[in-house]
Design a protein around this ligand. Structure first.
Ligand SMILES: [Fe+2]
Ligand SMILES: [Fe+2]
Length: 154
């Protein structure tokens, strides 16, 4: 598996988590899925911001990458709100809907306008790290970033 496949696989995992949230039958599962969503998305955006976007800028241009980073900031803000709202299920569901809209649009944009264009430049060889090491390094950073998020920082 190369880095592009890892990123696309992570997109599908996030899609699946949103679907599982919609289909969840009780609040406990919804809360657990929100934490999984936060962890999956923060891990993924860390990999992109640290290792992928810097290489993508010169290929797809600053504007596209700045826009993508703004999407990530919006996603992070919504995720912190969601994790903080675990005791107010209706408010949490509304925020998850907003998050899903932002994430789906962002993922579609990346898969159309960024990732195919940079696939050759973000191989394990180009990045100098295996997918396994990327995930391990990003997990450490992600844990540090989510330390203040309360219980989500598992
Ligand atoms: Fe992204
Ligand atoms: Fe992505």
């Amino acid at each position: 598996m190369d880095v592009i496949d890892l990123l696309i696989q992570q997109h599908r995992e996030v899609d699946a988590l949103f679907l599982a949230f919609r289909n969840a039958s009780d609040d406990e599962s919804r809360k657990e899925l929100c934490i999984q969503l936060a962890e999956a998305l923060m891990l993924h955006t860390t990999i992109e911001e640290r290792w992928v976007y810097p290489k993508a800028t010169r290929i797809v241009g600053d504007d596209k990458i700045e826009h993508a980073e703004e999407d990530h900031q919006e996603m992070t803000k919504l995720l912190t709100d969601i994790v903080g709202l675990r005791d107010d299920m209706n408010a949490m569901k509304t925020k998850v809907d907003s998050l899903e809209r932002v994430v789906k649009r962002h993922i579609a944009d990346e898969e159309q306008n960024i990732l195919p264009q940079v696939a050759k430049n973000i191989t394990e060889k180009e990045i100098g790290m295996s997918c396994k090491d990327l995930v391990r390094e990003a997990s450490k950073i992600r844990r540090e970033e989510m330390k203040d998020w309360g219980e989500a920082s598992v």
